[in-house]
Design a protein around this ligand. Sequence first.
Ligand SMILES: *Cc1c(COP(=O)(O)O)cnc(C)c1O
Length: 374
Amino acid sequence: MDFLPFTRPSLDEQTIAEVSDVLRSGWITSGPKVQAFEAQLATLMGGRVVRSLNSGTAALEIALRLIDIQPGDEVITTPLSWVATANVIVLAGATPVFVDIDPVTRNIDLDLIEAAITARTRAIIAVDLAGLPVDRDRLYAIANQHQLRVIEDAAQSFGASWGGRAIGSFGDLVAFSFHANKNITTGEGGCLVLPDASLTGLCEKLRLQGVVRLPDGSMEVDVAGGKFNLTDIAAAIGLGQLRHLDGFTARRRELARHYFAHFDRSLGCELPPENFTDSNWHMFQVVLPLERMGITRGEFIARMKAHNMGIGVHYPPIHLFQLYRNLGFGAGRFPHAERVGAGIATLPLFPAMSEADVERVCGACAEVLSEVVQ
Ligand SMILES: *Cc1c(COP(=O)(O)O)cnc(C)c1O
């Protein structure tokens, strides 16, 4: 049996040929492929302005600059995410304010946000963990009532929806990632959806050194931008991926259903919510019954590896990293995020998997856990 990783990108031969065409074209950095990619993204986002970037992290950093987050400002977010979500707040000189998760959805607990709002709170960064969207109606009701900006860290929820509307097609600032492990990839890359066209010029300046090109051929710089543009090589990959977006999402949902049909619920694991309408099933994650297991999560992962399959950890709670301990956070502050973060395990799920692969994972989990769970 081949090794089954927890994820693997699906790149077709046509895409590989189109990337080769770019490499032969004489123009490999941002150019016509980036423009075509952004046009297709804008269509998917209901006609909103979308600007491609070289990472999802860049999209979050630019979003924070577009809303002028300053030192002293507080930004509310979840402790259970990829560390990029909070690092960008620290990099902006602002203060991350974590709010514990809802242990069922594993996303930020919307019931706890209002208690965390102070006079310094400026924004909320909401994360759709594993592609399960945060309740957008409640999120925006809270934000509007307290006049807060929202940055949707939708790195994992490209192709997901809320109330029948695509994530990114509505709301405030929406950041996507096209990292190799995400549902749609450009190798590395990302994009930012803007709430209105008035921010387009500043977004483009922040993307590339602050440069504005003037009609007479000269240039001007009035803001210190970064270096965040996507290459045409990457955009060609993205265009090839978009052709499969609906197919990828549908396939992930089918495989997730298959997990629910075959995963032995008597093993004591907590399964994710059975959502087949909104979620894009970026990941299928279970929480291991650590307190009833005779082995650690690391040992569980090692035993699954002996069955020739890869298990991921997404994510260690952010507030327990040294950087965040140095900022005053520590164990005990966010008990749900700490418990879920300690026990969470990402099982293999990607579009090229077969039903038999899912059954193989379920069988291996049952074999490993039945030996060690009391
Ligand atoms: C992947 C990811 C990011 C960062 O995206 P990059 O493209 O790797 O910079 C940010 N937030 C979340 C929730 C992610 O999953």
